[in-house]
Design a protein around this ligand. Sequence first.
Ligand code: TYD
Length: 141
Amino acid sequence: MGWAEMEYKKINKIGTDVEGYLSVIESMKDIPFEVKRFYYIYGVPKMRKRGFHAHKKLEQYLFAINGKIRIYLDDGNVKESVLLSKPNEGVFIHKGVWREMEFVEKNSILCVLASHHYEEDDYIRDYDQFLDMVCQGYWKE
Ligand code: TYD
């Protein structure tokens, strides 16, 4: 997997008048999977991080509906970070990518669209195990 696939993508923003905006995300159109789950993370103290895991098969789309959240991504070869700072910006995260989410501002809210239902068995929570799986070609086609 190349870095380019860890794509930072703008969500559509419809309407630019004084009465506000409407952003929309459609499965298989704006994101390359059918959404099976939606969850959101909030109330995280400023500058604290969550995440620290990768997924075996789960794909996700992250966006900050409020505030600013920095997303650190690591595919075992390339590390990159993306600042989500507007409600119409999001990042698609492939399976097999280690992620950490830093809540840069108080009251930031992270929304997540996910390709599968919750399965604890899909998580890799040990970084060395993640690197071993990358080396063994676990996510290679
Ligand atoms: P986790 O995904 O580890 O959160 P983060 O990566 O933001 O630190 O989830 C935290 C806890 O919540 C963990 O015990 C599993 C549980 N959880 C569910 O029960 N269902 C879900 O859909 C999610 C995402 C988490």
